[in-house]
Design a protein around this ligand. Structure first.
Ligand code: HEC
Ligand code: HEC
Ligand code: HEC
Ligand code: HEC
Length: 284
């Protein structure tokens, strides 16, 4: 038994042992245990149906294989240890049972939560939540996670560069015009004027590019859907020594919340986004 997914270079032979993984009938380790034996044999476990058939409906093993979720060495069949990648020549051993959901991160790193209808994958969702709440994301940034702020930042830098270029062009144009006025021959004057016109054309192209970047940054800001910080653990952020002071004079003792009213440069800057940054605000 093997699954071949050529374009992803996956060859998974897990079902050589796990033969009933996808059988339509529900098969348990108990039902694979011979009559009279009290305890299931080791292989009875391997013959059981998949515990999450609904998940396999969303991720058909014909196209996803098994190892992208579970890890393990899909090609090996000579022993359980080798197949599960628990030996010195394999870098990606099977995730242990209690961490089976770690594999979801291989493809769903950019998703805030994994839910489908009423089903929640709570282990991975809690992990993702901790990663944000504990500030790990401040240092451990990775591609695909919290992408909009990164892109906004890069667009901001491009806009700055283009504006600098435009200013230089303007200065150079003024200089060329002056030179043209003072030129000794008509030919020189025409040449200098021509150069000035070229620079004006270049600037109007830059204006077009600026407008595009402006559209892009607007749509990115909409995608961020930020209305405010996650208030779930707001209690933890209040220092109890402050409370009596704050009760006396609420206005002065606690900094006013930073509300996001417009796309000011501060609102676009990375530190601000890190403070207010979460895409799954409970207020949405
Ligand atoms: C040589 C037979 C064999 C192959 C091939 C095999 N397994 Fe297993 N697997 C077993 C057996 C037997 C068990 C029962 C538990 C044990 O003995 O470790 C098991 C248990 C499991 C479990 C339960 C969790 C655990 O830690 O016990 C998972 C998940 C699993 N296998 C996934 C896979 C995946 C994914 C592949 C392919 C990459 C695979 N297996 C290939 C024999 C195999
Ligand atoms: C989309 C990801 C995904 C794919 C694809 C997938 N699995 Fe799983 N599998 C899981 C998750 C998550 C669990 C743990 C379910 C649970 O905790 O009940 C699981 C559970 C299992 C178990 C039982 C583990 C236990 O605790 O007893 C086995 C065995 C297994 N998978 C084998 C396979 C095989 C073989 C394939 C390929 C035909 C496969 N899985 C494909 C995600 C996947
Ligand atoms: C090999 C890549 C891969 C892995 C690993 C993977 N997924 Fe997916 N998942 C996908 C793709 C592709 C889609 C379809 C995306 C789409 O339709 O937009 C998807 C869709 C989903 C959906 C959305 C289904 C819906 O109702 O719209 C959920 C929920 C989901 N995956 C949960 C999980 C969980 C839980 C795990 C881990 C146990 C997991 N995925 C592992 C690639 C993966
Ligand atoms: C102040 C910055 C910072 C914060 C915050 C931070 N880390 Fe790290 N982390 C590092 C550095 C630096 C390394 C070492 C990287 C290296 O050795 O290449 C590291 C390494 C790791 C590693 C080992 C990675 C590997 O590939 O071996 C893990 C796991 C890890 N951190 C998890 C976390 C978790 C979970 C959190 C949140 C609770 C967190 N880190 C918060 C800076 C940080």
């Amino acid at each position: 038994m093997q699954i071949n997914v050529a374009e992803a270079n996956i060859v998974d032979r897990c079902e050589s042992c796990h033969m009933n993984t996808r059988e339509p009938l529900k098969i348990t380790a108990a039902s694979m245990t011979p009559k009279g034996e009290k305890k299931a044999r080791r292989y009875a476990d391997a013959f059981a149906s998949h515990t999450q058939p609904e998940l396999l409906k969303i991720h058909d093993p014909e196209t996803f294989g098994c190892s992208p979720c579970h890890q393990g060495n899909g090609r090996a069949t000579t022993s359980v240890e080798k197949a599960h990648g628990n030996y010195e020549h394999w870098l990606w051993p099977l995730f242990p049972r209690e961490n089976a959901q770690a594999g979801c991160q291989n493809c769903h790193a950019a998703d805030m939560v994994l839910v489908s209808g009423d089903v929640q994958w709570q282990t991975i969702n809690n992990g993702k939540d901790l990663f944000r709440q504990r500030g790990c994301m401040g240092c451990h940034r990775y591609q695909g996670y919290d992408e909009e702020p990164e892109e906004l930042n890069s667009i901001g830098q491009q806009i700055k560069q283009i504006e600098t270029q435009k200013n230089q062009n303007l200065k150079q144009t003024a200089y060329l015009m002056k030179q043209a006025d003072a030129a000794e021959s008509n030919e020189d004057a025409n040449r200098l004027n021509g150069q000035a016109v070229d620079l004006r054309v270049a600037n109007s192209k830059l204006d077009g590019h600026l407008q595009q970047l402006d559209y892009q940054s607007h749509s990115l800001m909409q995608d961020q859907k930020k209305v405010g910080p996650n208030l779930k653990d707001v209690r933890l952020k209040l220092n109890k020594n402050w409370i009596p002071v704050w009760l006396k004079k609420p206005r002065t003792s606690v900094p006013r919340p930073r509300c996001r009213t417009s796309a000011s440069p501060i609102a676009r800057s990375r530190p601000f986004q890190r403070i207010s940054g979460n895409r799954d605000s409970p207020m949405l």
